[in-house]
Design a protein around this ligand. Structure first.
Ligand SMILES: [Zn+2]
Ligand SMILES: [Zn+2]
Length: 354
């Protein structure tokens, strides 16, 4: 098959790669219909880190991508919830498939440290090949993939593999309730989805903060308040009687925005950090503690969110419209990465098609 392959920093290209083979009865193989690039893929692209994996070091080439939808073409004998020909969306993460957390759909909390099989995502290392490819082996298919539900379009399905689910996970971690005020720092795909989801679960005010006008202005489509970072503190203080918001979702992961998150949160409020932290990212915990703020960190609670989140998409509370601003052939993937990295032409997200 053909696939996008990571050879090293700034070196992801389209070429031949071994076809995936079933390695377990619980797995299945899909023919990829669409796939996308996640903001976290850029850490790989830049030679940064995701968890302990350091992309500046030499690695065996691997297929990239953890946002994929497709059609089932081959089933392991133990798969019960899928049929050949089904259209499915695949959660971005993979666990051991056996521990109580995996069985409950909390793949990101996999307890594989007890069995020695680490939990990971598709396409971030040679361990599990990714879905920016013509074919993908889906691990533990009964847990990690679901039939694309009725009323859900392909673009929404693709967002449910990661960006939308991760955004929703952020508001869940921050315990956003009806009537809350919420600030979301960073209006990239995950932050934007978190803001729209916060509104959908009944937040009274959602502030969408980003220096890029086209990104923050999107918040108007679902009733959010777009704010430039420079005006965020004064506007939020004014609106909240000087107190700050009930919850902040931080979707950038760098020093300045982490500091801003603590400043914007009220005493006793909640912060959830979705931005992928680097060694150099520091959270001002002393300031958070002084305000009795609870700080939650978490990544990609995808499957865990589907039962609550999918109905919100089906009933139109979350539309996630216009997120895929640019379309590419998978064969043009190298160019798609480059453009996504530069956010060329107000790019939000790319839809790639093999
Ligand atoms: Zn991702
Ligand atoms: Zn597990």
């Amino acid at each position: 098959m053909k696939a996008l392959v990571f050879n090293g920093p700034k070196d992801i290209d389209y070429h031949s790669f071994d076809d995936p083979q079933l390695t377990d009865d619980r797995h299945m193989i899909i023919q990829v219909k669409h796939c996308s690039i996640c903001g976290s893929d850029l850490h790989m692209y830049h030679g940064g880190q995701i968890g302990d994996f350091d992309y500046s070091q030499p690695t065996e080439p691997f297929c990239t991508g953890h946002e994929t939808i497709g059609e089932v073409v081959e089933l392991g004998k133990a798969v019960t919830r899928h049929r050949i020909g089904d259209s499915v969306l695949v959660a971005g993460g993979v666990g051991c498939g056996e521990c109580r957390r995996c069985l409950a759909g909390q793949i990101n909390l996999c307890e594989a440290w007890t069995t020695g099989t680490p939990s990971t995502a598709y396409g971030i290392s040679p361990l599990v090949q990714g879905g920016q490819a013509e074919y993908l082996q889906v691990y533990h298919a009964d847990i990690g993939a679901t039939t694309i539900p009725e009323g859900i379009g392909n673009e929404q399905a693709l967002l449910l593999t990661d960006a939308l689910s991760t955004g929703y996970y952020g508001i869940k971690l921050a315990q956003v309730k009806p009537g809350d005020s919420v600030a979301v720092i960073g209006q990239g795909p995950v932050g934007t989805m978190a803001a729209e989801a916060a509104m959908a679960v009944g937040a009274e005010a959602v502030y969408a903060i980003d220096p890029v006008a086209s990104r923050r202005e999107r918040a108007r489509t679902f009733g959010g308040v777009p704010l430039h970072p420079d005006e965020a503190i004064s506007r939020i203080r004014e609106d909240t009687g000087g107190l700050g918001v009930d919850a902040v979702i931080e979707a950038v992961g760098v020093g300045d925005t982490l500091k801003q998150a603590v400043r914007l949160t009220r005493f006793g409020g909640q912060i959830s950090i979705l931005g992928i932290l680097q060694d150099s990212s520091s959270v001002p915990m002393h300031k958070a503690q002084a305000k009795s703020i609870s700080v939650h960190g978490g990544i990609a609670g995808v499957v865990d969110c589907w039962s609550e989140l999918i109905p919100l998409v089906q009933n139109g509370s979350i539309k996630a419209e216009g997120m895929f601003s640019h379309h590419f052939k998978l064969a043009e993937g190298a160019r798609a990465y480059e453009a996504f990295d530069k956010q060329a032409d107000n790019m939000m997200k790319v839809l790639m098609t093999p």
